[in-house]
Ligand binder design. Structure first.
Ligand code: 13P
Length: 264
């Protein structure tokens, strides 16, 4: 069932797995369904463009939910929408959640555009995630986080805590997380979940993170498996066989990340 992020977060904590093509989407849905874990499918603007556009993505996800008989709750979420237009396009296409990322803007602009996105999204029961501070850059003060959340009424907030997208150097500010957890009432999102051990991801969850975003670790597992396959099977040309070789590796990575939520 396609739902917004609030309906998933009401049931518990969740992993957002980013999708990049049909196969990933199918395998993530199958694995999460097999393990009875609700899931948020994140899609970046570039991934949306790569797949053909927001309608392709929304219809693909809806089709897979029907044809694979997926029984868990699934949320389709725009990741790091950089302007209001892409947020609106995704909402119009049937996404159930969007992130507006105005983290590089002046705070006042970030707040006012987030509010506009929230106003439009509310008409369609779509949830909105905002970002404060810059993931991989400057960390915010607690007063800034409070002001952003109070004024925008976002449903989830990504606070820069020192993690990075991909495999760069991380310098995590655990005391900022403690402070944010104490002061902020809306679900907290961890970006840059790749390259972090499952034990540390569990610590993030125990300290109040409600949604963990994972992309690069899936890309790495998938491409490693296919590279190995092609090195020893240079005569294979059927694209389904080549891409299909990533299935086991991707599902293994998905189930490993889901284990972070066990008992939490
Ligand atoms: P990683 O690529 O580091 O897993 O980060 C994913 C993410 O935060 C998507 O918004």
């Amino acid at each position: 069932m396609l739902v917004n992020a609030n309906e998933i977060l009401r049931d518990g904590k969740v992993i957002q797995f980013n999708i990049n093509n049909l196969e990933w989407t199918k395998w993530i849905l199958e694995e999460c369904n097999r393990l009875h874990n609700n899931v948020i499918l994140g899609v970046s603007s570039n991934a949306i463009k790569y797949m053909g556009g927001p309608n392709v993505v929304a219809l693909m996800v809806k089709g897979l939910l029907m044809d694979l008989d997926i029984r868990i709750k699934v949320c389709l979420h725009l990741d790091h929408g950089k302007d209001i237009n892409i947020c609106k396009e995704c909402i119009d296409a049937g996404f159930t959640s969007v992130m507006f990322d105005g983290s590089l803007m002046e705070l006042n602009d970030n707040i006012s555009i987030t509010k506009e996105v929230k106003e439009y999204a509310s008409l369609f029961n779509v949830t909105v995630e905002g970002e404060v501070g810059v993931i991989g850059g400057e960390l915010p003060s607690i007063s800034l986080v409070k002001r952003y959340v109070d004024e925008t009424s976002v449903d989830m907030v990504a606070v820069a805590l020192g993690t990075v997208h991909g495999y760069g150097h991380m310098d995590i500010d655990w005391s900022l997380l403690d402070e944010v957890q104490k002061e902020i009432d809306v679900p907290l999102v961890l970006h840059g979940g790749s390259g972090i051990s499952n034990d540390v991801l569990r610590l993030f969850v125990d300290k109040g993170i409600a949604k963990i975003n994972i992309n690069t670790d899936l890309q790495s597992a998938f491409s490693k498996a296919i590279r190995n396959f092609l090195e020893t099977n240079s005569d294979v040309y059927d694209p389904r066989k080549i891409i299909g070789f990533g299935e086991k590796a991707l599902k293994k990575e998905v189930s490993s990340k889901l284990s972070v939520l066990d008992g939490r």
